[in-house]
Design a protein. Structure first.
Length: 274
């Protein structure tokens, strides 16, 4: 991940190296996804393994277009670079990352009290209730999603007003909703709300089924839905971003269609006119 970060940050520096730096960034993101597969399988999280599988054709197409100097894929790489620029300080500066985690822990503990589910702290970032413990790590703070969506907003040129509106749409919304996501997962797990289908959900830990359904299924689906709504909001604030998304769709859908013998939408329209 660090190599990927360095590659994308180097992409932000003007020069003839930029496309190659972006390629390094994309390659090592994919390498990271595959390196993490044993962990994701150990917690029965199937979203990221699916993402890893889909990342292979994505990487192939992206590298091809970067080598060709395609500005659309360069804009996509800029989105990734800006996301890393926001995320890296929290990931690679322990004091800053731990500060953000501690803030989230304190706010989640307070919210749990509001919902009449008092908890104890087994450690500075481990919340305990009913004999079950949940560790809050950097991934639980929402900073990754915030960085990604702000990176998306930075993929195209924007006005100062659009930048400010995009920030306030993304950062506070994701941060607050992520607090409630943590509250829901902790209440569901420590209260054993979903002790179902152990053959699918269990990883051998006592009561893990409730964590699986709350964290890996329900929260993931809701988070995806929220991100789609935020993306729609960004398209409204930055209309050029919607056009950019359509251009990316044409690139990747068109390449995949050609590989599997299909046709692109543009090709279908032309044949219809003929």
């Amino acid at each position: 991940m660090l190599i990927s970060c360095i590659g994308f940050l180097a992409f932000l520096i003007p020069g003839p190296h930029r496309n190659y730096a972006a390629i390094v960034g994309w390659i090592f993101i994919v390498v990271f996804l595959f390196a993490e597969l044993p962990y994701y399988f150990s917690i029965n999280n199937f979203l990221y393994p699916v993402m890893a599988a889909l990342s292979v054709p994505f990487l192939y197409i992206t590298v091809r277009h970067l080598l060709a100097g395609d500005p659309r894929v360069q804009h996509l790489s800029r989105a990734a670079a800006v996301a890393f620029l926001i995320y890296a300080p929290f990931q690679y500066t322990p004091a800053l990352g731990d500060w953000l985690i501690s803030v989230v822990v304190n706010e989640v503990v307070w919210l749990l009290g509001v919902f009449q589910s008092p908890v104890a702290l087994d450690a500075w970032n481990i919340i305990a209730r009913n004999g079950y413990r949940v560790e809050i790590i950097l991934a639980c703070t929402g900073i990754q999603s915030i960085a990604i969506m702000l990176g998306v907003a930075a993929a195209v040129h924007t006005t100062s007003r659009q930048k400010v509106l995009a920030f306030f749409l993304v950062a506070p919304t994701i941060y607050i909703l992520n607090l409630f996501r943590n509250v829901f997962v902790i209440m569901a797990y420590t209260g054993q709300w979903f002790p179902y289908w152990s053959e699918i959900a269990s990883n051998g830990e006592l009561g893990y089924e409730s964590f699986f359904w709350a964290h890996n299924v329900i929260a993931e689906i809701l988070a995806l839905f929220v991100l789609i709504l935020i993306a729609y909001g960004l398209f409204t604030i930055i209309p050029r971003l919607g056009n950019f998304a359509d251009e990316l769709y044409q690139i990747y859908y068109g390449e995949v269609s050609k590989e599997f013998g299909g046709t692109t939408r543009e090709g279908s329209e032309k044949s219809g006119k003929d």
